[in-house]
Design a protein around this ligand. Structure first.
Ligand code: KG4
Ligand code: ZN
Length: 341
């Protein structure tokens, strides 16, 4: 069985084919970072146009790479949401046109369900698990008891953690996206140099990152007022900020695993590429921490193809599959999906 996956929720165009039993047989990813860099963030209009320009060519190439034709494909998976409305519309229209022309099954995928199962492209799924999904738009803790039994048990009450990395990076005149830059610079810094808050540490399972962001802003302003050069403090600021953010995530994950008596912890989404996060979580005793491969942490077509495959084999059906959903709660997905199982 072969599923074509199409991801266009934000600024990455991803196309891939997941095949059972071979696994991932072909994938292409185009990041629009260079396009948006000069604006310091994503321009939705430019993102949509770029997806539209690339999708057909990338799909053709992905099929060629695997020596496949559209007639070999069983289903077309695409990101229905959440994400940027224009970008989602491009992917949804492209996928549904292909499905119509070649009479294929359409498989709408929730972007976060893609991240949730990304590590399992390469290894077997063991339920139950807790997932920490950390990206530019989301910071979610999810209890996964089985396929389509997902409960969001914690979320950020303000900024997503990736968004916080990007905003702090901007304060430090670093290029977009800031997460990888902070990660790189923090390696040369002292994380004990500045003491930043770990908001909501003692309360529940929700996260908060806007207070941390503001604390960094005040510190940077103070250092500038004191005439200290950016190059003299940037490494320590990056390391101290990163430590506060990662420790907050770690603390809540350990708490959630204890509370729900679960050992398996999946960490996925763009921020899961962070090297300090990987080191801290990998050292956690009593936890079986599972990361996707580096290239599957950020948005990609492979995770959509794989989530589409899971939806296909479980015969998932949903209403309203042609209307992209810029906002779409993961809890809602479970309520509205019916399937065999
Ligand atoms: O999952 P993703 O590619 O797109 C969204 O769905 O948002 O995540 C992108 C986010 C950005 O905020 C980026 O700065 C962050 O992931 N990110 C990182 C690292 N690599 C990407 N944050 C911290 N450290 C990294 N190494
Ligand atoms: Zn994502």
């Amino acid at each position: 069985m072969k599923i074509l996956g199409i991801e266009t929720s934000c600024d990455e165009t991803g196309v891939a084919v997941y095949s059972e039993p071979e696994g991932l047989v072909s994938e292409l990813l185009y990041s629009q970072i260079r396009l948006h860099k000069e604006f310091g963030g994503i321009i939705p209009e430019l993102a949509s146009r770029d997806h539209a320009q690339r999708l057909a060519g990338m799909t053709q190439k992905v099929l060629e790479q695997a020596d496949l034709k559209m007639s070999d494909i069983d289903g077309i998976a695409y990101t229905l949401g959440p994400g940027l409305i224009g970008a989602l519309l491009v992917g949804t229209s492209f996928a549904s046109s292909l499905a119509l022309k070649y009479e294929k099954k359409l498989l709408p995928v929730h972007h976060m369900e893609g991240h949730l199962f990304a590590p399992f492209i390469k290894q077997d799924i063991e339920y139950p698990f807790i997932a920490l999904l950390v990206s530019g738009g989301h910071s979610l803790l999810v209890l996964v008891k089985s396929f389509k039994d997902y409960t969001v048990i914690g979320r950020s009450i303000d900024d997503a953690v990736g968004e916080c990395f990007d905003k702090v990076a901007r304060m430090l005149d670093l290029e977009y996206p800031g997460g990888p830059e902070i990660d790189r610079l923090a390696k040369m810094g002292n994380s004990d140099q500045y003491k930043f808050p770990r908001p909501l540490l003692q309360e529940g399972l929700n996260f908060s990152f806007s207070g941390l962001k503001t604390a960094v802003r005040y510190k940077v302003e103070k250092l500038n007022d004191q005439g200290i050069l950016l190059e003299d403090y940037i490494h320590d600021i990056c390391a101290s900020f990163q430590e506060a953010a990662i420790e907050s995530l770690h603390h809540k994950c350990v708490k959630a695993c204890k509370e729900f008596n679960v050992d398996n912890l999946i960490i996925s989404g763009g921020v899961a590429a962070n090297t300090r996060l990987r080191a801290l979580f990998s050292d956690s005793k009593n936890l079986n921490v599972i990361f996707p491969e580096f290239k599957l942490c950020t948005d990609n077509g492979a995770m959509i193809a794989y989530a589409g495959y899971l939806n296909f084999i479980n015969n998932v059906t949903m209403d309203d599959i042609y209307s992209p959903r810029p906002r779409w709660d993961l809890n809602q997905l479970c309520k509205e999906s019916s399937f065999d199982g």
